[in-house]
Structures are given as C-alpha cells and as structure tokens.
Design a protein around this ligand. Structure first.
Ligand code: ADP
Ligand code: MG
Length: 728
C-alpha cells in the first residue's frame, strides 16, 4: 500500500481517545473569562460602570477619563487571571478573525518594568493592516486602517491574552471589516422596528436582533487530513470515488456520538462556557463524521462574535485530540455538506419577541406586522439575500442538488398561510365593526401562542419560519454570519421604515384608525410579496421552473450571485439605512470577486498537481504490472494468451484512455488559467474562473475516480473516502 496513506491509517487506528475532564459545573464556569457586566460591577468605579453601560445601550461615546479607568480595571482583572498580553480582536474581510498580541509589560528604565494598559490602547490601535483585503479603499485614499473598541461586545480572555472586540476602519471612515456594517444595520433595525413596535406598546425603547447559530462541521483524524493534499490546501476533497456506504442508511444522524468526537466536544463546550458562549446542543449530523453545535441565541452582534470565536477555538481544541475540524461547506462529494443556520428574531427591551405570537389579538397583530414585513423584505431583496451567502465553497451547496437551493423562498407552514389568505381579503379602507370583530376573533385571535409544534418542518426551504423565529439556512458553514445578518437587518429596517410611513399616511389622509391602517397596509404587502412563499420541495426541478415564472432569481454561482451587491437598488438601500457607502460596497464586491478567483485558482493548481503527479504515475505503475502479467501469460500460453489475457488487455487500454483524458483536460485547464490570469478586470476574471476553468474540475475528477476503481488498492496513494469517513 502506498506508504503515506498507509502510515496515516495506521496512525489513526493506533490512537487512544484523549479523555477530557470537566472542571466543575458549566453554570459555575459560565463567563468566568469574560469582562461581563458582573465583573465590571466588581472592578469598575460607579462612574466608569455607568459610562460603559450607557455606551452599550445607547451607543454614546466613552470619555477619555472613563476609558482610562476601564482599561486599568480590565488590566487588573486580566493580570489576576495570569494574562500577559492584550489584543484588539477584529473580523477583517477575509471572513476570519485577526489578532496581534502586545504585552502589558513596559520597561520604565533603571532595569525595571511594569504592566501597563491605558485608555488609548483600549480604545484605538493601528495594526499594520496593509495585507488585509480592502478592495482598493486604502490605495484610493492612502488611508491607514485602525481598530476601535466595540463596548457592546465584552472583552474576554483566551489563553493568556486579553481580547478586545473591535471594529476595523480606514482613517477616511470606510469600514474594512464585517462588524462595522453589522453594527450599523443593527442600529437601523433598532430605530425602525422600535418606531413600529410603538404602535403596539408605547413603552418600547429599543429592539434587538437575536441570532442563534447552528454550526455544522466535520471531524476527521489529523493524519488522514494531512495525507490528502486537497483537503489540506483547499478544505475539500477535489477527487475520490464515493464510498459504497455513505449516509444512505441514515445511521449517523442523531446516533451515539463517537468517543473521540465526544471528548473533543466536551473540551470545546467547556472552553465555550468560560468564554460566555452558551453552547447548548450537540449531535451527530446526517453525513458520517459530521456534527453540529448550537449555542443558545443571543443579541446578534454578540452571537456573531461568539460564532467567529468558536470557529477559531474549534480548530485549536481539535488538534488537542489529533483531529481536524473541516468547516468547508462541501468537504466530500456525494454526501451532505455543512451549513450554519442563522435563527433570527427581533426582541424589544420590554421582553417581547416580535416574531412570536402571543395571547391577545393585539399581540398577534404585532406579530403579524413583523412577520409580514419580514416576508415583504425577503421578497423585495431576495437577490441580495442570495448575494450575502455566496462564496466559492458555498456554491457546492446552493444550486447544486444540496440543501438549500439557490432560489430564495420563504416557508411559513399551512396554518399561517391560511391566516395570510384571510388577511388578503380585508376590505379596502375603513372596516365595518362586524369585520373588525371577525378579524379579532377568527383570524388574529386564532393564532395559537405556541406555533412551534404546528409549523411543519420543511428542510428544503432556505428561509423558514419555525414558530417564533425565521431560520436562514443558506448561510455557509465557514461564513461569517455578520454578512447575511447585515443584509437581513438592513432590509428589515428599510421595510419597516416604509411600512410606518404608509400606515401613518392612511391614518392621516384616509382618517383610518391605527389597526385599520395596519390591516390595510398588511393586505397590500401580502399581495405584493406572496410569490416568495413556497411550501413544496425546494430541490425539485418543478420549483426551478415555477420560480422563473414568479420572477425569482436563481443565481447558481458566486460571480453572478454577488452582482446585486453593487446594483443601484442596493447602493440606494445601504445609503438610506446608513450601512455602507457606494465606495464600501464596490470595494466589498471587488474583494469577493478576487477571493473567488483565487480560491478556484488554488483548487485548479492542487487538482492539476494531484492528477499529474500522484494519479498518473500510480496508474502507469499499475499498468506496468498488468503488462508484465500479460507478457508472462504470453510466454506460458503462446497463441492462446489473447483470450486468456483479454480482461487485462482491456484494462491496460482503459487505463491509457483515462491517463490521456487526465492529461488533455489538465493541459486545457492550465491554458484557460493562463488566459484568466492576465485579465485585469476582477469581474471578467472571476467569470473566466467560474465558466472556463471550474468546469474542468469535474472532468478531470471523473477520470481519476474511474482509475481509483481500477488500480490495485495497495498502490493507490490517496486516502479513500471510506477511510476518511469511517476510520475513527
Ligand atoms: P432546530 O432548528 O434544530 O429545531 P432549535 O429550535 O433548538 O433548533 O433552535 C436552534 C437555534 O435557534 C438555537 O440556537 C436556539 O437558541 C435558536 N433560537 C430559539 N429561539 C430563538 C429566537 N426567538 N430567536 C433567535 N434564535 C432562536
Ligand atoms: Mg435549525
């Protein structure tokens, strides 16, 4: 057997699970490494505490004096926990997180030193950020970038470093990260949702977006991953014949968790607890070696930070267990990929979930208002929602016969469909007393408080209502949720803003009562947006045809899917909601195009290398064995050999055909890459990578996978699917 593959398998089989022992109860450890409200109360002066809280709640600026006090207390707290360094922790447009550690230590002359951390260092830093993607913003403005403290997400200790969540912006003000636009979008949705919520309760002062992120991932032994150059370089297998047994038997989903995976999860959850990440649910997913971790939902900005942090921790903890976490959306062909379901709702500071039905007709009218406005927002901006989850890796899920489709639709279940049908019949203008009573008693009043058990679950829907929240399932497993959450909250803010204008207009000009006006506008919204509602099978060919008729987009690949980021509609929307400027949007579009081209380029190179330098030599090697065998048969049997060696001769020919297939296609792919690489326009280049280069991947893979079935297993150099998926 090929030595590298053999060694990796042996190493994997020889592992003993590395046990993990929790240190105390989760409830006792929860948040111990977070500079939380409680810790702040302990460490801060009253004045400083008030300053930070007010900044958290109202976004007010923190005075210099207060910042100094906070920094000093943070340092004391961190030092008491053995911390030596601090870092501004941010989310550049690479999608991951970034950190640059500085020691508290400072020499003060005379051979002495102290630990120092002042307000300056807390509030603002200037990382040498020239290597982060900026889409030309920094070049254009010759601006340096700086990071600035986000007090709404608490500082935390990871290892021996104090991490301070920050935004990352250019000196000219343009955002260079994923957090800044998210914060702006959350502000916008707060403003406009609060205004609408006041129709129902005057006491509402603030609306928070909530987010619960279900994170799917694969866990594979470290040695097996390292034995596959494609997994190592691109995060996914570029070739490999499917394993005879995959997920057909549904025997992994919710099955008993394998010991090594469980040990990993326990350590991971334990770390999450200390960092205040409320890790709640763990289970096996559908594909072999695929799992899910779902924390309890939190305020959206915090939830995004926690998810980003969690992804980082996952990698570190996995290596303690000789495992690798695969966060790629599609590491293995032929079995399920991974997503990151974004469960989203809006909650008032009075404790009401605006997307949850309640006990009274008024509460339910409020629920319907926010529910229908969400549907309207998705209908109006479905293309932008699709754009927000586009990436080279997520293209393998969306629009590729895999959960969910590239067409954005909304699933609401039979019960609420009926309610919307009733509301659509509401009279234009003033309602008769009879109709009002009827609506109250029979339509709005009939929505049960708990819809959870009544909503049928449609797993094929990209955007499903699940009882008291919407669940956006098209988000990729490796993505930063800030992007889709920025879009969702921005389109919601805009829709609610317009809704309020229309309702107020009807009240004023048509002399309608408030609830009459609301019913009237909701009726129109249902009419305008009901063609985004779809309850059927989202994977079916019929739905693709139907969606075209309804005028819904079906952008299957990233370059086409991200075009709407720079459409006039988006530019106007983001300007009005003050989320991103045109310059910022164009920069982001360009960064995404570049990233797409680079990722496909890397995949093309790796595939070419494996095909030419691993697969072909192996095939030739085996073919030589066959030739020797045939020669031997000829010596033995003389004339008769042709019948006796028929199968071997066929095989020799077939191997040659596949070798030739690999060679011609790889060469053709390289030629296309050469053409693409000299293109200057990022969009033209991304299109070339998408349309002219990427299609070769499957063609080359086809021949390699055929050879895998022909060549002696002993000689095959690459760890096989069955080995990666079932060796534990
Ligand atoms: P599933 O979709 O797998 O049935 P759950 O109903 O348990 O999952 O919820 C999945 C995620 O949704 C969890 O993170 C959970 O905390 C979150 N969630 C529950 N209620 C809300 C809500 N009102 N707003 C946002 N997220 C929520
Ligand atoms: Mg879910």
């Amino acid at each position: 057997m090929s030595t590298f593959r053999f060694k990796a398998l042996k190493e994997t089989l020889n592992r003993t699970p590395i046990d993990f022992k929790e240190n105390g109860k989760h409830s006792e450890n929860f948040g111990i490494n977070v500079f939380s409200e409680n810790t702040m109360r302990q460490y801060l002066t009253k004045e400083a505490f008030k300053g930070v809280m007010s900044s958290m709640e109202h976004g007010t600026k923190i005075e210099r004096k207060i910042a100094d006090q906070v920094a000093s207390s943070m340092k004391d707290w961190a030092l008491s926990k053995g911390v030596t360094h601090y870092t501004h922790w941010f989310q550049p447009l690479t999608g991951g997180t970034a950190e640059k550690h500085d020691a508290f230590f400072e020499p003060i002359g005379g051979g002495n030193a102290v630990e120092r951390f002042g307000g300056d260092a807390l509030v603002q830093q200037e990382p040498d950020a020239s290597s982060f993607p900026s889409g030309g913003i920094r070049n254009t403005f010759e601006a340096r970038g700086y990071t600035a403290w986000d007090p709404t997400s608490p500082a935390f200790i990871y290892g021996t470093t104090l991490c301070i969540p920050t935004i990352f912006v250019a000196y000219t003000g343009e955002a260079l990260d994923n957090k800044t636009p998210l914060l702006r979008a959350l502000q916008a949705v707060d403003k406009h949702a609060t205004a609408v919520a006041k129709y129902f309760d005057k006491n509402v002062r603030k609306v928070n977006a909530s987010l619960g992120v279900e994170q799917e991932y694969f866990l594979i032994d470290k040695a097996l991953v390292i034995s596959r150059p494609d997994l190592l370089m691109t995060g996914r297998t570029l070739l490999g014949h499917g394993s005879a047994k995959g997920q057909q038997l549904d025997d992994h989903y919710f099955g008993s968790i394998p010991q090594r995976a469980l040990n990993f999860m326990r350590e991971l959850e334990s770390e999450c607890m200390k960092l205040g990440i409320p890790a709640k649910t763990r289970h096996n997913e559908v594909a072999p070696n695929q799992f899910e971790l779902a924390p309890i939902y939190e305020e959206a900005n915090l939830a995004v930070d926690h998810n980003s942090l969690m992804m980082d921790i996952m990698g570190k903890i996995a290596s303690n267990h000789n495992l690798r976490v695969l966060l790629h959306e599609k590491p293995f062909a032929g079995i399920n990929g991974s997503g990151k379901h974004n469960n989203w709702s809006l909650t008032t500071d009075t404790g009401v979930n605006l997307l949850g039905p309640g006990k009274t007709p008024m509460r339910n009218l409020q629920f319907l208002t926010f529910f229908i406005n969400t549907i309207k927002a998705i209908r109006e901006y479905e293309e932008l929602m699709r754009a927000g989850v586009a990436s080279a890796s997520n293209d393998h899920r969306l629009g590729a016969n895999e959960a969910p489709p590239a067409i954005i639709s909304v699933f609401i279940g039979a019960q609420l469909t009926k309610v919307l049908n009733e509301l659509e019949k509401v009279t234009d203008g003033k309602l008769s007393p009879q109709e009002k009573t009827d609506l109250k008693l029979n339509v709005v009043g009939k929505i049960p408080e708990i819809l959870l058990d009544n909503t049928d679950r449609n797993r094929t829907s990209p955007f499903a209502f699940t009882g008291n929240k919407f669940e956006f399932r098209a988000v990729g497993s490796i993505a930063n949720s800030a992007k889709p959450m920025t879009i969702l909250n921005t389109i919601m803010a805009k829709t609610l803003k317009d809704f309020k204008i229309e309702v107020d207009k009807l009240i004023k000009e048509k002399d309608l009562k408030k609830d009459e006006a609301i019913f009237n506008v909701l009726r129109e919204y249902i009419k305008q947006s009901k063609d985004i509602l779809f309850e059927g099978n989202g994977y079916s060919a019929e739905w693709e045809e139907e969606a075209v008729k309804r005028g819904l987009s079906n952008n299957k690949t990233t370059p086409s899917a991200i075009k709407p980021i720079v459409s006039k509609k988006t530019i106007d929307l983001y300007k009005e909601m003050e989320v991103l400027s045109e310059v910022e949007l164009r920069a982001r579009h360009e960064i995404q195009l570049d990233e797409y081209s680079l990722r496909i380029q890397i995949e093309g190179r790796v595939l070419g290398d494996i095909a030419m330098n691993h697969i072909i030599p192996t095939a030739v090697n085996y073919q030589n064995k066959l030739i020797k065998n045939v020669r031997g048969l000829k010596d033995l049997f003389g004339k008769e050999f042709e019948t006796i060696a028929k199968e071997q001769l066929d095989l020799i020919k077939k191997i040659s055909e596949h070798i030739s297939g690999i060679t011609t296609k790889t060469n053709a792919m390289v030629e296309e890459r050469k053409k693409a690489n000299i293109m200057e326009d990022p969009e033209e280049k991304a299109n070339a990578y998408c349309d002219n280069i990427r299609p070769y991947f499957d063609k080359i893979r086809y021949h390699c996978d055929k050879l895998e079935l022909m060549v002696d297993d002993e000689l095959w150099p690459l760890t096989k699917y069955r080995e990666m998926l079932f060796t534990r």
